[in-house]
Design a protein around this ligand. Sequence first.
Ligand SMILES: C[S@@+](CC[C@H](N)C(=O)[O-])C[C@H]1O[C@@H](n2cnc3c(N)ncnc32)[C@H](O)[C@@H]1O
Length: 274
Amino acid sequence: MAAPDTLEPASIRHRFRRLTTARHPPLAAMSRDHMYDHGRMMAPGGMLLARMMAQHLSPCPGARILDIGCGRGQTSVMLASELDAHVVSVDLWTSAQERQLLARQAGVADRVFALQGDMTRGLAAGIAAFDAIFVMQAFHSFGARRGMLDYLARLLKPGGRIVIGQTCFRDDPEAIPEALRDDDGWNTEYARYHSPGWWRALFQRGGRFLVDHCAEIPDGDIFWEDHALYCGDRAGWSADFMAQHGWILRHIDRSRKNKPHLTHFMLLAVKQGL
Ligand SMILES: C[S@@+](CC[C@H](N)C(=O)[O-])C[C@H]1O[C@@H](n2cnc3c(N)ncnc32)[C@H](O)[C@@H]1O
């Protein structure tokens, strides 16, 4: 019989917590398949996180929003259909065609302009003057690079906003512990994870942005656990699933009791000056 601490499907299902409607009312209007787009969302939080972020952007028909690191494009469709915005959707890994097709199927092809590219190389000249920049589960990959905040500020209109929602550590570790280095060859990018306080300080330097909000998301740690439970349930907790995802399940489980704690944060900042 497995020891109580062994990481078996049964113990994960027993230990990991699910997000609740009581704490997150938007879940009442969202099935789990909708929240995670049948497993096509690439990270925890899914459409719940997207909705929490979008609440910081008031509907403004015709507003221009840049959706960076949009993955398969679900957030771009949501911003176009629910905020009536014109969205430029940029992603490194997924093709523009795939995202344009999604926008067409959702009836918002006229309001989503999909591009494939690397934000560290910049957008084509002339793609600018945004009312808002939206970055979900991608900012750590490029946001702390030298000059990036200056560049993003230049892409915004005066008074434009940036909203970021994503994974982070609750506190900055001195070093990534050995247990989090066992990643089965995946690029976890933990070296680019920081605490909400670290990200706030980055945005406060230089005077380009006024930080309106930057804090851990309530239940940000449970976002990880809920996503793991969804993926496991979908896969029937098969041996293949456990073999492929065992490393991240171990990280999440470890993080429940040990630092650095895996969680999520949200940042909202407003561009200062012209
Ligand atoms: C973890 S996925 C999140 C995708 C999506 N936001 C979601 O939650 O499903 C991170 C995404 O960021 C994109 N990305 C990473 N670095 C990027 C860069 N330098 N420029 C543009 N996109 C980038 C990747 O292509 C990937 O789709």
